[in-house]
Write a protein that binds this ligand. Structure first.
Ligand SMILES: Cc1cc2nc3c(=O)[nH]c(=O)nc-3n(C[C@H](O)[C@H](O)[C@H](O)COP(=O)(O)OP(=O)(O)OC[C@H]3O[C@@H](n4cnc5c(N)ncnc54)[C@H](O)[C@@H]3O)c2cc1C
Length: 397
């Protein structure tokens, strides 16, 4: 059994991407000298969204804060080895720049993508608008006749090894003195506007200065323990890898179709996914593969835009869940007005892996300084839930 202190300054509930990012940034912050405990029941992370993700990063959001968070992750990725090395050793991220390509088949959608591009360019993102002749020239496997145009991102967008990404932070955090405990939080004690301790499945209790809700799809279960409402529910997302009889030699950006079906190259295969036709809350343990999505939604769509995808076959598939924020499909960070030392890092709705570094840094600043110091993430705070004021982000995939 891991030796436990009776008190930790910070307890992270969940130790995948968000719990590890918070632990990493706290333990790297020279102004923070407290103790950190990360409670995580499953050290294989087999069921966590973090290990079931499609591991991609983009600048093409429409909310400036989402762009800035990804840009911070881009820098973090570029300096990954130095950021997480322990005694000269760091996991390899194998970042592959491919760009994302949002394709449009109507004038209206093209104009929308173009308007959004103005905002993205103003934020320093690398994006360009393409017409069908450009698409035919640069991506000859596409049936450009089906398109009015596209918005293409630069090589800072792409994919990487998500396991290495969070394990690097986890390992460095442990090296810095963070305690990881294999256990489950089963209760949180609250006295007035403060949480005082977390209760563990093993029967132990530790008191805490802060508790951070990094429990992913189960964030609402944890929020319920302190009687704070959280509009986050698990929603099924299946990932498929398919093989194409005629290989494509060119770069295949992560291509987002107008109906939300997306695909990208993954080594010699292709990875893809779709928004389920009935996109509703599912059970926490429901990680089943929705094979019908491939036959009914994905295959017809990808074959429509890429004729040689007429002849494809599924190589493998796995189920996953988005921690879906039903208010506005974006991150909720920080405390509610009801409990001042219970902090959320929840509700990522499909783009949390790339937001891990910015969120970890942001939560560490809230704990260390009482406010955000670098990137002001307060518009993404819990206050908008209390006011029922969604933030606007058009590019949720
Ligand atoms: C199919 C799919 C594709 C995705 N693709 C991308 C992508 O391309 N790019 C991107 O940026 N993001 C992507 N995401 C989103 C990203 O994976 C998540 O936003 C991110 O991993 C969330 O990390 P997390 O730590 O909050 O949650 P999780 O990874 O789910 O981790 C939560 C952890 O909390 C633990 N936990 C739960 N209950 C308790 C408890 N009571 N006590 C202690 N611990 C507990 C769990 O065991 C788990 O390890 C994708 C997600 C899915 C499902």
């Amino acid at each position: 059994m891991t030796d436990l202190a009776s008190h930790y300054d910070v307890v992270c509930v969940g130790g995948a991407m968000m719990g590890s990012a918070v632990a990493y940034f706290l333990s790297e912050n020279p102004d923070f000298d407290g103790s950190v405990l990360v409670v995580e029941p499953d050290w294989t992370y087999d069921l966590a969204a973090t290990t079931r993700a499609q591991n991609s990063i983009r600048e093409q959001f429409t909310n400036p804060l989402n762009i800035e968070m990804s840009q911070f992750a881009t820098t973090f990725i570029a300096e990954f080895h130095d950021n997480v090395e322990v005694e000269g050793d760091a996991p390899e991220l194998n970042f592959r720049g491919t760009g994302y390509m949002f394709i449009a088949d109507t004038d209206e959608l093209y104009s929308q993508l173009e308007r959004e591009a103005d905002g993205q360019l103003a934020m320093g993102a690398e994006v360009e608008m393409l017409r069908p002749s450009d698409i035919a020239e640069r991506f000859p496997y596409m049936d450009a006749d089906q398109l009015v145009g596209a918005r293409l991102g630069g090589m800072r967008e792409g994919s990487f090894d998500g396991w290495a990404f969070f394990q690097g932070m986890r390992r460095r955090a442990m090296h810095n003195g963070v305690t990881y405990l294999k256990d489950r939080v089963v209760g949180i004690d609250r006295s007035g506007s403060r949480v005082t301790s977390v209760r563990l499945q093993s029967g132990r209790t530790v008191s805490c200065g802060y508790a951070v809700n990094a429990a992913g799809c189960r964030a609402k279960v944890i929020a319920d323990m302190v009687d704070v409402a959280l509009p986050v529910e698990p929603r099924s997302r299946t990932s498929f890898v398919f093989d194409c009889r005629t290989p494509i030699e060119q770069n295949v950006p992560l291509t987002v179709t107008p109906v939300g079906v997306h695909f990208r190259k993954e080594q010699t295969h292709f990875m893809c996914g779709a928004v389920p036709k009935r996109d509703v809350a599912v059970g926490y343990d429901d990680l089943s593969v929705r094979y019908e999505e491939f036959d009914e939604q994905i295959w017809p769509t990808v074959a429509h835009y890429v004729p040689q995808f007429d002849q494809i076959g599924v190589v493998t598939a796995w189920g996953g869940q988005y921690d879906y924020n039903t208010l506005d499909q974006n991150l909720i960070i920080g405390a509610s007005s009801q409990v001042e030392n219970f902090l959320f890092a929840s509700g990522f709705s499909g783009h949390g892996l790339q937001q891990g570094p910015a969120v970890g840094r942001g939560v560490s600043e809230l704990i260390t300084y009482g406010h955000f110091r670098t990137l002001d993430l307060s518009p993404l705070g819990y206050g908008r839930i209390e006011r029922n004021e969604p933030i606007v982000e058009h590019a949720v995939i």
